[in-house]
Design a protein around this ligand. Structure first.
Ligand SMILES: Nc1ncnc2c1ncn2[C@@H]1O[C@H](COP(=O)(O)OP(=O)(O)O)[C@@H](O)[C@H]1O
Ligand SMILES: O=C(O)C1=C[C@@H](OP(=O)(O)O)[C@@H](O)[C@H](O)C1
Ligand SMILES: [Mg+2]
Length: 183
């Protein structure tokens, strides 16, 4: 209860590479906090009534990024939410003005672990053409400095389950919150 009180309803935005576990961990964290859960990709999919890979193929990445920004803008007007973002949300500087309404947490997962998790993936359009490791490495290089602008970086290992990631977040979040005012 203490953590919820100290958060005061502020949203938590999970950022990081594809496969970092934003969607999986976000859902569990929201449940533990008694927060709502929003996945920006799921909102876009629902709105367009088709999967992300089809939106990319038929409308192009810029159209997807525009939708992503609109969804984030709307979501940021609510509170008591854990928001699992798409890995590319950090690319648009305007998105940061929305992310900054809340606490931004970077789920920092080593490349080798991402590769392992995404080996069979057929849903992420940005991973379908090049060899997986090469592509992820290229994307990480281009984005790492943006993820590093998060309020909190959580370094995750291959041994971390979604539950232990939540445990570690629970323990670490207080360190970036304002100290409790004495009564
Ligand atoms: N901590 C974890 N340990 C093992 N597998 C995980 C973990 N977190 C996520 N996964 C798996 O990795 C894949 C990608 O997870 P997902 O939550 O979709 O990541 P993201 O939303 O960041 O792209 C899924 O198959 C998911 O079950
Ligand atoms: O990194 C990216 O540019 C993307 C990440 C995906 O979400 P996840 O990070 O949840 O996989 C999804 O938004 C889209 O395929 C683009
Ligand atoms: Mg996701």
């Amino acid at each position: 209860m203490e953590l919820q009180k100290r958060l005061g309803g502020v949203n938590i935005y999970l950022v990081g590479m594809m496969g970092a576990g934003k969607t999986t961990t976000g859902r569990i964290l929201a449940q533990r906090l008694g927060y709502g859960f929003v996945d920006t990709d799921a909102v876009i999919t629902e709105f367009r009534q088709r999967p992300i890979r089809e939106i990319f193929a038929q409308e192009g990445e810029p159209a997807f990024r525009e939708l992503e920004q609109q969804v984030l803008a709307q979501v940021s007007s609510y509170h008591h939410l854990v928001v699992a973002t798409g890995g590319g949300i950090v690319l648009n500087p305007m998105n940061w003005s929305y992310l900054r309404h809340g606490i931004v947490v970077w789920l920092h997962v080593p490349l080798a672990v991402l590769c392992q998790r995404l080996r069979q993936d057929q849903e992420r359009p940005l991973l379908q053409e090049q060899p997986l490791e090469e592509r992820l490495s290229e994307l990480l290089q281009a984005r790492q400095y943006l993820y590093a602008q998060a309020d909190l970086e959580l370094r995750i290992t291959a041994a971390d389950t979604p539950e232990t990631v939540c445990d570690r977040l629970w323990e670490t979040l207080p360190s970036i919150l304002k100290p409790i005012e004495p009564c």
